[in-house]
Write a protein that binds this ligand. Sequence first.
Ligand SMILES: [Fe+2]
Length: 297
Amino acid sequence: MQSSYITEELTGPLQELCSQYLCVLTIFHIINRYFHTTDERTFMDTMSKLSHDPARRDFLKTTAIGTAVAAAAFSGIINPLKAAEPEPFHFPPLPYPENALEPYISARTLNIHHDRHYRKYVQQVAERVKGTDYQNATLEKIIKETYGGITMIETLHLMALLAWNHDFYWKSMMSGGGATMPERLKGEVTTAFGSIDNFKAKFKEAAMTLGSGWAWLVIDNGKPVVTYTEYHDTPLLKNQKPLLTLDCWEHAYYLDYQDRKGDYVDAFLNHLANWQFAESNLPATASAPSKTKTAKK
Ligand SMILES: [Fe+2]
């Protein structure tokens, strides 16, 4: 991935420089051949004659324009073939600056996680949907319809899962998160787990169970439930409605926490969790429990 960035960065300026050089060289060559000039002085004499010779001036003008267009096409400024290509697959940016989650998740971790890992998943999806019925499909549709496939379809399914899970993970965090839950979510969570602290303990237990995977707060059968999925799995395939997730793969935390995974989970729950996002994912049918309902617990 890094080498391709370098290639892209070098190719543009180099190509542009070559184009400009080619343009000048071609004009000089054509004039030289047309007017039988052989050296720079003769070339300059020839150029001065142009203002007195309309036919030659028109020829040179046409040649210069044609050469410039050809050079622009070569450099990518004008590229009719490029215009016919499909739009590049959308690579969603982070919903906040890379350093927004410091000191709990460093900008370096977020940069590597988002710009390398996540970019790879999104690009893999983009490459595999080309020319298929999924070219304009949502990740959710791809995930559900490619489940159980083999070879290429299986890879598309896994990459779509990873892309969707990560997108949900970015949104599950915010600068200054982890504070008091909004009322509706707080009511649902308190009813389901007895207290916010109990919910956090359950969530941490799920996160610590995993080697590589995801800890989730989901709605299952109308109630908030803590669960986890291993590797590339997602609650979307289990008729569960995700509210919030934590990426528990090592690449998500190891640069900042090494083997102190528990500190990473605590930081998420107490300083990063975007409770507003979690509440926004509550189904419309799930209503804030009344005090009476809470009392029954
Ligand atoms: Fe990840």
